[in-house]
Design a protein around this ligand. Structure first.
Ligand SMILES: Cc1cc2nc3c(=O)[nH]c(=O)nc-3n(C[C@H](O)[C@H](O)[C@H](O)COP(=O)(O)OP(=O)(O)OC[C@H]3O[C@@H](n4cnc5c(N)ncnc54)[C@H](O)[C@@H]3O)c2cc1C
Ligand code: FES
Length: 278
């Protein structure tokens, strides 16, 4: 069993759990993920490592409540345990001194971008960060991402904080203004990553995205997480989750993400009914 050492509510629907998992903490690197299961009857879900403390033997994950499992997870308190916490899984994000890198974060994925931005900065890159949220109340870790960035831009879709609009506008402006952007790392909702990748095509800037298809085992066995990249089938859990955003078949990914929409809805409704009836 894996104990929740600390819980922090970053926004009403985005939570941080610091979990005691020394084996994972020892090896975790930016861009990798864990597969968790709340209890022995629960489904397995992947969550990216947001932070780790090798001395304390803890790993932090940040998750957004979207369906049954993430809502059930959000009911747990510090001191309680989860049954499984397997990882680190996946290929770490490629980190080297590229030159100038733009990190784009969307919503909950800010937590995933922070360790990547820290590692890029430590490798000697100039880091320009753009983080986008739907509205002011959902903004978190502005200080963490801001403190490792040479330039930092916040956007909200509704204009309640920072610049009004979506992240692709400042991204395009940075690319137009500075001719020397060497790489873009964009992590967030699939649609955001798709449009970030489209925005960088005219500038020929390599663009890395972190894909989040449906996953089951997370170890390359089931094939559920398959995506098409540059015409070839890849398993996100072992070949990724980072891929070249210019080569991802976005239409196929989005269609596959919707495969179990009806089942996911029914599962959430049943869990809510069961929870209400005690
Ligand atoms: C490699 C990898 C890493 C991931 N890392 C994280 C992470 O660090 N933090 C995190 O919060 N999530 C992360 N995810 C997504 C997370 O695994 C899903 O949110 C989770 O499996 C949903 O389970 P559920 O039962 O709560 O919802 P489901 O019942 O599976 O889904 C409910 C509904 O929410 C939609 N949905 C799923 N994910 C999202 C999303 N991100 N935004 C909006 N709608 C969504 C689904 O399409 C569906 O309609 C990651 C996914 C992958 C593949
Ligand atoms: S999740 Fe099963 S192969 Fe990737």
């Amino acid at each position: 069993m894996y104990r929740i050492a600390r819980r922090e509510d970053l926004t009403p629907e985005i939570h941080l759990f610091e979990i005691e998992a020394p084996q994972v903490a020892r090896k975790a690197r930016a861009g990798q993920f864990v597969v968790i299961r709340i209890d022995e009857r629960g489904e397995r879900i992947p969550l990216t490592v947001a932070d780790w403390d090798r001395d304390r033997g803890t790993v932090s994950v940040v998750f957004m409540e979207v369906g049954k499992t993430t809502r059930k997870l959000a009911t747990l308190k510090a001191g309680e345990t989860i049954a499984n916490f397997a990882g680190p899984l996946g290929t770490p994000t490629e980190i080297e001194n590229f030159g100038t890198v733009v990190c784009v974060a969307g919503g909950f994925a800010t937590a995933i971008v922070v360790p990547v931005a820290i590692a890029l900065k430590e490798a000697g890159n100039k880091v320009i960060s753009i983080m986008g949220f739907r509205t002011k109340d959902l903004v978190f870790w502005e200080d963490r991402l801001g403190s490792v960035s040479d330039e930092f831009i916040v956007t909200t879709d509704d204009g309640t904080y920072g610049r009004a609009g979506v992240v692709t506008t400042p991204l395009t402006e940075v690319l137009e203004r500075q001719g020397n952007i060497d790489r873009v790392v964009a992590i967030g909702p699939t649609v955001m990553m798709k449009f970030c990748a489209a925005a960088t095509v005219p500038f020929g800037v390599p663009t890395i995205v972190s894909l989040n298809p449906i996953m089951v085992d997370g170890t390359g066995m089931c094939g559920v997480c398959r995506v098409t990249v540059d015409g070839a089938t890849k398993f996100t859990c072992v070949d990724g989750p980072d891929f070249d955003g210019h080569k991802v078949d976005w239409a196929e990914l989005m269609s596959r993400q919707r495969t179990y929409l009806e089942e996911e809805k029914l599962s959430l409704e049943k869990w809510r009914r069961d929870a209400a009836s005690g």
